[in-house]
Design a protein around this ligand. Structure first.
Ligand code: HEC
Length: 170
């Protein structure tokens, strides 16, 4: 009797342990902060990362942008390493453009629009050039359909630059 009880207990303990340890395999079940398809999250501390280059899109979005990289990505840019090594992360920030209220000819960032992420993991994301993608609005990932467009465009245009558009700003 004692034995059975302790067996049942340890089975329950093991089951709960597995629950804690088991990785989140299907990112689509978590709609909180992981991108669909890829399971990419907004990295901690990315606002302190280095600037790779700014960008501007006049039409149709009318956005100011900045691309930042973590230490691994910046190091690869500096050395001209392609493909980017695993662990490289690129973040693209975007804002609406607005004229400076203090000096009209100048353009300043207005409301933040999106945060977009690319994470290099050549094994996990082998099917998409080694990159996992995430697009977030107000910290929440956009839908799966939008995430299906990411690699298609990057692949069509910048296959020869490891699927990355942004070059180090001179
Ligand atoms: C129609 C083409 C197109 C699509 C679709 C697209 N991108 Fe991009 N992406 C660009 C261009 C062009 C840049 C260069 C920076 C700029 O002009 O804003 C860029 C830059 C980036 C960057 C900075 C690194 C780099 O390659 O320069 C990230 C991160 C990024 N995109 C993520 C995404 C994500 C995530 C998605 C899908 C939700 C996505 N992109 C969909 C065209 C595209």
């Amino acid at each position: 009797m004692m034995r059975l009880t302790s067996l049942a207990l340890s089975a329950a303990a093991m089951a709960s342990l597995m629950l804690v340890v088991a990785p989140q395999v299907d990112s689509r079940t978590n709609t909180q902060n992981r991108s669909p398809i890829y399971g990419v999250t907004i990295p901690d501390g990315y606002r302190q990362w280095q600037l790779i280059a700014p960008a501007l899109e006049a039409e149709p979005l009318d956005e100011l942008r900045a691309v930042l990289g973590n230490a691994a990505a910046v190091d690869a840019y500096r050395k001209g390493t392609l493909p980017f090594p695993d662990g490289s992360v690129l973040v693209k920030l975007a804002w609406k453009q607005k004229p400076s209220p203090e000096f009209e000819p100048a353009t300043v960032p207005g409301a933040a629009t999106t945060v977009q992420i690319m994470v290099k993991d050549s094994k996990k994301y082998a099917a998409t050039g080694g990159w996992g993608f995430g697009r977030f609005i107000d910290g929440k990932p956009v839908d799966e359909a939008q995430h299906q467009t990411c690699f298609a465009c990057h692949q069509a245009r910048v296959k020869g630059h490891d699927f990355v558009f942004t070059r180090w700003a001179p």
